[in-house]
Design a protein around this ligand. Sequence first.
Ligand code: ZN
Length: 338
Amino acid sequence: MKYLFPKPVGFIRDDHSVYVDIKNVSGKYRSILMDCGNNHTLTTKEFINIGTVLISHAHIDHIIGFDNILRMNLREDKKITFTGPAPISDIIMHKLRGYTWNLIYDSKFEVQVWDIHPRTIKKYLLKCKEAFAKKHFIGSIKNTNPIINNEFYSCSIIRLEHDIPTIGYVLREHNRVKIDKNKLHNYGLPKGQWLKNLKKKKFEQSDTITHNSKTFLLKNLYDDLIINEHGYKICYITDTILNNNLEKKIIKFAQGSDELYCEATFMHNEIDLAKKYYHLTAKQTGELAKKAKVKKLYLIHFSLRYANPNQILNEAKRIFPQTFIPRFSGTCHITRKV
Ligand SMILES: [Zn+2]
């Protein structure tokens, strides 16, 4: 069963994010926001479902939506985790401290921030009931992929080059091992604990199962009944230049993604501008998608110098035909939260 359902956020010529809804699992506040651009096209329900915000870097177009997230969640009994290149915790603390909090000491809302350093990730907690005045250090982990690994998906990161540290992200569902139910029915074998062991490959080469006087080798049943289902993979890359080394790393990182969301800020005839501002051209983005053998490429983050983003789309499409401009919502949902 699929869990990750991405949706681009913002208008077509806007500061983009990608909202990843987590469906088919129980629990609240599970959704993920990849980057924190102008998120005014999210609904109130989507804002409240956000549990994790993965920030690429703290240029204004990637964090301008922070206040909307704060405003819509302030009365919730929840914690939102923000990740980003260090010192993102200082930047978020400064944003939080930009308001007066004297009448909200009963709020249970908390912000956790992960500062991503080259070798470690340091975690901090800021509490609304303390007016976000203290940054509590709550521990650190090694910076090794995946940085998040729960029962449904993992999150991995890559360091990009944008004159400042910038982070790209991959969200990936775990591969699933399933039983071919039709074949199981044809064998006439019963369900039970033995199937759970078969899925986990917990048997010896000579182990058998006998049912209705028929005996089967488990290793043969494993080969015939087990289906390995590829976990859905979403990759988000923005605000970087390429060099040989980094290009190889990005291609490996994005390899086989079902959906790659990637900046295409400039046309390739303006490669000098792209390099000057540490961005990619549509041609470079198309080549990355092609070499990484992704299934679909969605272009984001267009320079406002282009009146018509279709010319950017066409440049990338010539290299990688499965390129699209996402279907952005045309409706702003930000209203005062009651
Ligand atoms: Zn930037």
